[in-house]
Each structure stands twice: as structure tokens, then as C-alpha cells.
Design a protein around this ligand. Structure first.
Ligand code: DLL
Length: 436
């Protein structure tokens, strides 16, 4: 069971974190009207899309008209590659980042000085929500470069008043040594890379629970509460969920609060969330599961109107802050596997693997189609100590049963030796679709 941490003192919070819902709505209305007007004036794509929908910029005076605006999707990002969605001249753009994207062109994101400033603020706010404080030493193992994780967390941690170790991802033995020698309070990385780092501690014969780490700020890929419990238990720290995406800003669109650990608080003064039906696009009421959509409220270089993230979650009322939360992301619409008609997300399998004694949390999913039938094979590493083939066989059988009972698919399970599956240095590739 996870334990909770201490809330930041009220005087540490940003004004926006303390606003009433009414004050927040008023701010969002004004910021939305301004964003729409700038998009219409400066971005040909938005002008065309709004003209086609019969909406004049003056028609949008606030959130009441949001649903009338057209969506923006990956396709529009690609069509306007590289700078077509910029709302300021290129020379006012101070930095570019790009999303990796699994296929085709990457998405380029641009930031003005004001955007970089806002980004550092929301990441600082995220870190503070996660329990990080000024003066803490932050080991930042998110990848530096075009990926937004490294520099995004870096600027935010500095803004909060932390000391940053910009180690980036990979070279795990060196990371273990640095954590051991420099005694950081905080590690920032993907959840699967933290697993790799924990293995590195075991390889070095160092007890990670005796290390200095107090908080892990984990995101950039889906993970489960079962994984959180496992990581917190094994590493002896608070593991918090940070969310974001390149198209909207990068990390820091929202973050979990350490005093509640109940989902991601969205920083709604800058990023307005909606949930829509992923098939019809119809907006859904708070509490219902659907696709997360964001409208930026303050971005200058690349504002986005109703950007469809493909991430599936639900909107929930605020708890630690008045701003709303999203539930942990269950998966992306494009990560959903359809196995003989049953919809399966890799996170559903993670939840069961992590809770099965005898197995490590390292696993991959392979899809094949022998005899024109979809076949799901789960390759999972045995935990240290489970070496007897008969025992492995029985653990594999248990996993097959649990997956059939809880998800309704029949999988083949292969339990492999520890440390044989590829390790993540950032976002892990979980699914290998070999059906073509
Ligand atoms: O992954 C930004 C980021 C960096 C977030 C570091 C958190 C920490 P992209 O590479 O554009 O940006 O990928 C964005 O990653 O749409 C989600 O599908 C997924 N994702 C990000 N954070 C989470 C999370 C960064 N906490 C895409 N839980 C998003 C689940 C996440 N999925």
C-alpha cells in the first residue's frame, strides 16, 4: 500500500493553485478568447478551419463556445510540418523540440521566451506538487535533446530552486554510481527506466532502499498503480505521475500531488482539458472515460485548439487543488490491441504481471497470426530465484489463468531468464506486432 506525503505549505503555492472554480473559469474564458483570436489572426490553418466551421473569432467569448471549434489532430500537425502552426514569426521562436512519433514526420513544437518561462513555471509547480522542494538535488535521467523530457524537467527543477544533475538516459552503471555518490533527493525518469536503474543497483550490490532518493517523478509512458506500489516498495520512495505531451508543451501539463496520490492534477490555468468520445468526437461529461483533448490558454509560439491526444482517461473533480484531475492514463487509442475481438491495453497486462509472485516487472508483448488467428505471447522475466523449470511452468500457467479470467483473452506465456529482455533507457517499446 502506498503512503502519502506532506502537502506544500499554502504560501508555496502559485496563485492559480488557490483560485476558486469561479475565478478559474473567469480566467479561462478570457484566455480562451485571446487564444482563439490569435490563432485566427496568425495561423492560416486555424483561420481556414474556423471559416469552414462558420465561426468568427469574435463568436468565441469563453468556454461556452469551445465545443463549436474544430479539433486539431496528428494529421493537421503533419500537414503543417514543420512551422505551419506557429502563431509568431520564426525569429521570435527561441527553441524547438520534436516528438519522436512512431511513424512518418515528427511533430515540431516551438517556444517563445514567454512559453519557456511558462513551461518552467508549470514544471516547477508539478515538482512541488510531487513533494520536491527548493534546495533538493534532482537527478534528471529523462533524455536530453529534441525530446521534451530532459530540458523540460531541467528548467522546471532550476525554477523551483533545485540543484540539477543533467545525466540524461542510459549508461545505467554510471547513473547508479552518481546516485550513490551525489545523494540526490529526487530522480526524474520514465517508470520503466527506473526499473532498469533498480536492476543496476542490484547488479552493483547496493541496497537502493538505503540510498538517498525520496521521490521519483515518473511519466512519458503509461504505467499502473500496481507498478507504483512495486517501485515504492522496492526503492523506498514516493513515486508520482507527471503527464504531458510535445504538442501541448511537454512534461508539466499536469502532475500528481504527493498528499493525495489520486491522479494527475491538470494545470487548468494554462491547459484546458475536455474528454470526448474517441469515435464520434462528442464531448462527454466529467467522470466518463474517453479521449483527452487540450486547448492551450497561454501558449504563444504554437497555441493548440482542441488537440486530440489519443490518450484515454476520465476527468475527475479536484482534491488536493481546486483544479480537476485526470485518472491515470489507461492507454492510447493507437496502443489498443484487438486480440480475437477483445480490446486489450498493455497496462491491463502490466497490472497482472506485477502482482504475480515469481515474475519480474520486465515483460514484452508479441502479436502473431499463425493460421489466421491472432496470438498474443507474453515474454516475461522470472524474478531472481525462480530458476527451476517446473516452477516457471506453474507460474506461467498462473499468469495465463489470471489473464483469461480478468481480461478474457487466452495468451501464451513464456517465462525467460532474468536480464534477457531489452531494457528501456526512456520510453519502453512494449508491443511487437509481427502480424504482417
Ligand atoms: O512524453 C512528455 C513527457 C516527458 C511527459 C517527461 C512526462 C515526463 P511526448 O514524447 O510527446 O511527450 O509523448 C506524449 O506520452 O500523449 C501519452 O501517450 C504519453 N505520456 C506522457 N506522460 C504520461 C503519463 C512526453 N504520465 C505521450 N502516463 C502522451 C501515461 C503518458 N502516458
Amino acid at each position: 500500500m502506498t503512503t502519502l506525503g506532506l502537502a506544500p505549505a499554502p504560501e508555496l503555492l502559485d496563485d492559480a493553485e488557490k483560485m476558486s472554480r469561479d475565478e478559474l473559469t473567469d480566467l479561462q474564458n478570457r484566455r480562451l478568447a485571446d487564444t482563439v483570436a490569435r490563432c485566427y489572426k496568425n495561423v492560416p490553418h486555424y483561420r481556414k478551419a474556423m471559416d469552414a466551421a462558420g465561426i468568427a473569432p469574435g463568436d468565441v467569448t469563453g468556454l461556452g463556445q469551445l465545443a463549436a471549434l474544430p479539433f486539431t489532430g496528428k494529421a493537421e500537425m503533419r500537414e503543417n510540418y514543420p512551422f505551419g502552426l506557429f502563431a509568431v514569426p520564426r525569429h521570435e521562436v527561441r527553441r524547438l523540440h520534436a516528438s519522436s512519433g512512431t511513424t512518418g514526420r515528427p511533430v515540431i513544437a516551438g517556444y517563445t521566451d514567454a512559453d519557456l518561462d511558462m513551461w518552467a513555471d508549470v514544471v516547477a509547480r508539478s515538482l512541488r506538487a510531487a513533494g520536491v522542494r527548493a534546495g533538493d538535488l534532482v537527478h534528471n535521467a529523462y533524455g536530453y535533446g529534441l525530446f521534451t523530457g530532459g530540458l523540460g524537467l531541467h528548467d522546471g527543477a532550476q525554477r523551483l530552486g533545485c540543484t540539477v544533475v543533467p545525466v540524461s538516459g542510459g549508461m545505467t552503471a554510471r547513473q547508479v554510481q552518481l546516485i550513490n555518490d551525489l545523494a540526490p533527493d529526487v530522480i526524474c525518469c520514465t517508470p520503466t527506466y527506473l526499473l532498469t536503474v533498480l536492476d543496476g543497483f542490484a547488479d552493483a550490490g547496493i541496497d537502493v532502499r538505503k540510498a538517498s532518493l525520496r521521490i521519483a517523478v515518473l511519466g512519458a509512458e503509461p504505467w499502473t498503480d500496481a507498478m507504483r506500489d512495486d517501485l515504492e516498495e522496492r526503492a523506498g520512495l514516493h513515486a508520482l505521475n507527471i503527464y504531458g505531451l510535445t504538442e501541448v508543451i511537454g512534461p508539466g501539463v499536469g502532475c500528481e500531488c504527493v498528499e493525495t496520490k489520486d491522479g494527475i492534477t491538470i494545470w487548468e490555468d494554462h491547459f484546458y482539458p475536455e474528454i470526448v468520445d474517441p469515435v464520434t468526437g462528442v464531448p462527454l461529461p466529467d467522470g466518463e472515460l474517453g479521449e483527452l483533448v487540450f486547448t492551450s490558454l497561454t501558449k504563444q509560439a504554437m497555441p493548440v485548439l482542441r488537440y486530440r491526444t489519443r490518450d484515454l482517461t476520465r476527468l475527475l473533480p479536484g482534491t488536493a487543488r481546486p483544479m480537476r484531475r485526470i485518472e491515470r492514463i489507461s492507454g492510447r487509442t493507437d496502443d489498443m490491441l484487438i486480440i480475437r475481438g477483445v480490446n486489450v491495453f498493455p497496462t491491463q497486462i502490466e497490472e497482472i504481471v506485477v502482482a504475480t509472485p515469481g515474475l519480474s516487472p520486465h515483460f514484452i508483448l508479441e502479436l502473431t497470426r499463425p493460421a489466421r488467428m491472432d496470438q498474443l505471447t507474453i515474454k516475461v522475466e522470472a524474478s531472481q530465484g525462480l530458476s527451476d523449470p517446473a516452477n516457471r511452468e506453474s507460474v506461467a500457467g498462473r499468469l495465463v489463468h489470471r489473464i483469461r479470467d480478468r481480461i478474457g483473452v487466452t495468451a501464451t506465456v513464456t517465462v525467460v531468464d532474468p536480464a534477457t529482455l531489452e531494457r528501456s533507457a526512456g520510453k519502453l517499446r512494449r508491443v511487437y506486432d509481427l502480424r504482417q
